[in-house]
Design a protein around this ligand. Structure first.
Ligand code: ADP
Ligand code: MG
Length: 341
């Protein structure tokens, strides 16, 4: 046996720390799209454009008309663990922004060529910063708001690049992320282009219209509106009737405080509510949003924040189950000629 060499313990360089973090935060182009869209929404953007090239691998460029970043803060936006969204543990426990970890832009900038262009409402012109937080901020042009341009994803981490799938597959994941976020925010106008072609364009409207546009007419014609509140919990959105069910679980959108989540407790509660009306091999379609006091749910479970942990998951399960079941029972009663409750 060869002796184990004695290597000194060393602090890792910044760039390498970010590249390691990027493995979690930026698994593929769609994860970049998600992070940039969340930043655009946190900045109060009401019009957001997503431009992709070659499935996002060649280029992801997201423009918003939000509040912008003052030039002196632009380097910090690209620095690791720097955020304007929380400042204390108390803030973390009551977080009401989509982001708060302060690592997305730094991670992305460590595995791609990033250019940040931003202009605040009161600034005379825009400013730009390219590369990393070590670059220099320079005058630029553009309307108020922010553009983040991400070029050549994983150009410096070839091992990661090998895991990417075809352009169409990566684009499909990106488009799905845009759909998820657009469903949560019908009040915002979204545009998605791929290789110069406009793929989606949704004008700001309401949840009824947005979900019909995104989930299609079949869903729009066979769904029931839900809006129920109990104590600190509120559930609203649309549950598809059995005729809008699918053979795959690909039309299931659940949001907790505006964040798309995949949560066993919630999926189970909804599935159980459909028990009496839906055949076991069919999957219900739904767009449901649960709102609750942010202190009652922990979103800091995973870097992508797709998982959550409820303080009282039994209460949440009960509430969601009953709300959906009641809604479905009403329609089946109407369908059989009974008077709805
Ligand atoms: P986080 O969103 O967790 O704070 P990010 O790395 O995504 O971390 O962003 C760092 C900071 O850069 C944000 O806290 C915010 O102040 C600023 N920022 C990023 N994107 C935008 C944007 N589109 N508009 C305005 N500010 C932004
Ligand atoms: Mg962010």
């Amino acid at each position: 046996n060869a002796p184990i060499p004695h290597r000194p313990i060393q602090a890792l360089p910044d760039q390498l720390i970010s590249q390691i973090a990027a493995g979690e935060v930026v698994e593929r182009p769609s994860a970049v799209v998600k992070e940039l869209l969340e930043n655009a929404l946190d900045a109060g953007g009401s019009q957001i454009t997503v431009r992709l090239e070659e499935g996002g691998v060649k280029r992801i460029c997201i423009t918003d008309n939000g509040k912008g970043i003052p030039p002196e803060q632009m380097p910090l936006a690209l620095a690791r663990h720097a955020t304007s969204k929380i400042a204390s543990l108390d803030d973390l426990e009551n977080v009401n922004t989509l982001g708060f970890r302060g690592e997305a832009l730094a991670s992305i900038a460590s595995v791609a060529v990033v250019k940040l262009t931003s202009r605040t409402a009161d600034a005379a012109h825009a400013w730009e910063l390219e590369g990393s937080h070590l670059g220099t901020v320079q005058p630029s042009s553009g309307a108020p708001g922010t553009t983040v341009n991400v070029q050549d994803l994983y150009y410096n981490t070839p091992a990661r690049r090998k895991f990417l799938k075809s352009e169409q597959t990566e684009f499909g994941h990106c488009a799905e992320v845009v759909r998820r976020i657009a469903l949560a925010r019908p009040d915002v106008t979204f545009t998605l282009t791929h290789n110069g072609r406009t793929i989606d364009h949704w004008i700001a409207s309401d949840m009824a219209k947005r979900s019909a546009q995104i989930l299609g007419e079949a869903f729009a014609e066979a769904r029931i509106a839900i809006d129920e509140a109990s104590g600190v919990l509120r559930l609203h959105g649309f549950a598809g009737l059995p005729t809008a069910s699918k053979s795959r679980a690909d039309c299931q959108y659940f949001y907790v405080n505006g964040r798309f989540v995949r949560d066993k407790v919630l999926v189970h509660a909804v599935r159980a509510a459909y028990e009496d009306v839906l055949h076991g091999d069919r999957f219900p379609s739904y767009v449901l949003a649960l709102e609750l006091d942010p202190a009652l749910v922990d979103v800091n479970v995973h870097p992508s924040k797709i998982e959550v942990r409820f303080r009282d998951s039994r209460a949440v399960h009960q509430f969601v189950f009953h709300a959906v079941q009641r809604a479905l029972a009403q329609t089946s009663a109407t369908a059989h000629g009974a008077i709805p409750a």
